[in-house]
Design a protein around this ligand. Structure first.
Ligand code: AMP
Length: 440
């Protein structure tokens, strides 16, 4: 097929009709879950002041350094297409004085986000996220419950082999010391780090821990671990989160390399994956070892430090986001079944201009009575219309030709028995209603 002249921008995709049912199902599951746990929906603009992210998310993060779409408005404002949803929610919290509302405040959102990433499978420049945030709450039980809610959503969507990875990255009491330790350790091994990490370890040594480059693996495995250097408060907070995850029976594992890329996180961080395990065959075709592939579906954590970066007050908070495209990818792999769309009970066929005029009005009468009806007003051939009615599986076809239109009549054809009746146009809706009731 010849390529169309215009394509969607690189890394950005259309959500076509056949994918909308996935979006709808995900939305419904999330909405029900959010309502159950007492979350209220919030929508923030798709653009924000760029400074909200450079301050909130952090000037040295990949998101701000490399991935933000920034533009200057005619009024000389620097705006950014939102790369994430947490900083905007916190901005809105302050802007609308939501701290005066009963606390904690639980908010959720569903919308598109933008990051100028290198496009690759499962990584887009415009993607959809579902986010949930709990503000003004410092209890570790809320961290655990947040993880539980994300897990529940994915489970309800029937996604299998879910695994949660958790870590604690400390807070302003203990992280600076750990960062120094890690920096010293990395400095001594700088020449062996990958190109990116050589640059990033000075500003943000934690980022080296989640580097996937082969070169950095060996160095990472010997590095000092944050869990050994948490202050008492972070330590007991994390211990409690783990105990609670244990208590509710969630499948988790510790990942001391999990740091998440953003500056605002404190204490608990988590990610959720779905894993596919493939049994490899050896050369003789026998079952050999296994290979694991994991798909990151979402992540989040506690962000007690964010509020002070963009507002005037400390607001302990915890939240996270799920990637809709990734969830759909996992749903397609299952694959998830959807109920068939209901067939119309009735098909309205017409011939000639007067008949068409009458048909349009009659069609509306059926809609008002909520009777499923289809038509093909653009085509005048009766053969074509009857064929279409057949394909759609309509039980009754209503035919209005020139003669019927003049006489105010409709031919009602039962497609099962082939029987035909003439019915007055004003009576046809009630007649069909009566017939359909009989078949129930
Ligand atoms: P993050 O905000 O980076 O923690 O991402 C949370 C989740 O959003 C990830 O686990 C992915 O499922 C999804 N996600 C993040 N970035 C992208 C992207 N560029 N394309 C598609 N999904 C993404």
């Amino acid at each position: 097929m010849k390529q169309a002249k215009f394509q969607s921008p690189t890394g950005m995709h259309d959500v076509l009709p056949e994918t909308q049912k996935y979006f709808q199902r995900i939305y419904n599951v999330v909405e029900n879950m959010a309502n159950f746990y007492g979350f209220k929906r919030i929508d923030t603009p798709i653009v924000e002041n760029a400074e909200l992210f450079s301050r909130g998310v952090g000037i040295s993060t990949d998101i701000v350094q490399k991935q933000m779409y920034i533009f200057k408005t005619r009024g000389d404002d620097f705006l950014a297409l939102r790369p994430e949803g947490t900083a905007p929610v916190m901005r809105s919290f302050f802007q609308h004085g939501m701290f005066n509302l009963p606390q904690p405040l639980k908010l959720w959102y569903f919308g598109p986000f933008f990051r100028a990433e290198n496009p690759q499978a499962g990584r887009y420049r415009q993607f959809w996220q579902i986010g949930l945030e709990v503000l003004e709450e410092q209890n570790p039980a809320v961290d655990a419950q947040m993880i539980q809610i994300f897990y529940n959503i994915l489970q309800e969507l029937k996604i299998k082999n879910l695994i949660i990875e958790v870590n604690s990255i400390g807070d302003s009491q203990c992280r600076p010391y750990y960062k120094k330790l890690l920096s010293n350790y990395l400095r001594a091994r700088e020449s062996a780090l990958c190109g990116d990490c050589k640059k990033r370890f000075r500003k943000n040594p934690l980022r080296v821990l989640d580097c996937k480059d082969e070169k950095c693996q060996q160095i990472k495995s010997q590095a000092p671990q944050i869990l050994d250097h948490l202050c008492d408060e972070c330590n007991s907070h994390f211990k409690e989160v783990l105990e609670l995850l244990e208590e509710v029976g969630l499948p988790y594992r510790l990942n001391s390399y999990l740091v998440r890329g953003l500056d605002y996180y404190t204490k608990t961080v988590f990610e959720i994956f779905t894993e596919t395990i493939t049994k490899n065959k050896d050369q003789e075709g026998e079952q050999g070892d296994e290979s694991r592939k994991s798909l990151a579906l979402g992540g989040g954590g506690r962000y007690d430090a964010l509020a002070k970066l963009i507002g005037k007050k400390d607001v302990p908070a915890v939240g996270g986001a799920l990637g809709v495209e990734r969830i759909i990818q996992a749903m397609k792999a299952i694959p998830v079944k959807f109920p068939a769309e209901p067939n119309p009970h009735v098909f309205l066929a017409q011939l000639g201009s007067l008949a068409k005029r009458k048909s349009l009005k009659l069609f509306e009468d059926f809609r008002k009575e909520r009777i499923l009806i289809a038509e093909s007003f653009g085509r005048d051939s009766l053969k074509f219309q009857l064929n279409k009615a057949n394909k759609l599986g309509a039980r009754y076809v209503l035919i209005i030709g020139q003669k019927e239109a003049l006489e105010g009549m409709v031919i009602v054809k039962d497609m099962e028995s082939g029987k035909q009746d003439n019915v007055k146009i004003e009576k046809v809706v009630s007649e069909i209603k009566r017939k359909l009731k009989r078949h129930k």
